[in-house]
Design a protein around this ligand. Structure first.
Ligand SMILES: Cc1cc2nc3c(=O)[nH]c(=O)nc-3n(C[C@H](O)[C@H](O)[C@H](O)COP(=O)(O)O)c2cc1C
Length: 169
């Protein structure tokens, strides 16, 4: 799938077959994440891969909107290191760029994925940090549930010319 098709047809997938993705597929997703742009090219990210059912269930039950995670079979928690990027705004943006790259790579390779928000919701980041035993300097920014899709979603055209401003507002 070419990159424009991937961008225009990507949707959040929340129903999965239960088949776990291969290590090769996972590596490709991570490569996509690592290629994201980042402020000052600091690349402050870490990726925590969770595949064990028990751990997926623990994370899922700690998050109000991540019930699909155990069925997806793989969770990628994208975290930022405040020692590398002390500006938390940039840290979150860098990790968000990595997350979006992973979502697009998943869709472009026939997988399905959904981004479940963590940062800046401190209730969520605190509990996820505890479950994943994150060091103090590591902030969990977002959780991606990824697996084989068990639903089909049509592309949505969200283009809105009223939101486009030329030269000034
Ligand atoms: C920062 C962020 C947090 C999100 N959190 C959740 C979440 O916790 N659970 C979920 O099912 N979807 C979550 N989503 C996915 C959005 O609901 C979804 O992207 C939006 O409804 C648009 O649908 P689409 O992704 O199919 O285009 C999140 C998306 C973003 C960008």
């Amino acid at each position: 799938m070419n990159v424009i098709d991937a961008i225009l047809t990507r949707r959040s997938i929340r129903r999965f077959t239960g088949q776990v993705i291969s290590d090769e597929q996972l590596e490709l997703l991570l490569k996509a994440g690592f290629q994201a742009p980042s402020a000052h090219n600091l690349q402050p990210w870490h990726f925590i891969i969770v595949k064990e059912k028990e751990n997926l269930e623990k994370i899922s039950s700690s998050h109000p909107y991540a019930k699909m995670l155990p069925q997806a079979g793989c969770g990628i928690i994208v975290c930022g290191d405040v020692k590398k990027e002390p500006n938390e705004g940039f840290l979150a943006e860098d990790c968000a760029a990595a997350i979006q790259n992973i979502l697009l790579a998943a869709h472009g390779t026939g997988l399905g994925a959904v981004w479940c928000g963590l940062y800046p919701n401190t209730d969520r980041t605190t509990v996820i940090s505890s479950i994943l035993k994150l060091p103090e300097n590591i902030i969990p920014v977002g959780l991606i549930a990824v697996g084989y899709p068990n639903e089909e979603k049509t592309a949505q055209d969200r283009y809105d010319s009223t939101r486009i401003h030329y030269e000034t507002w």
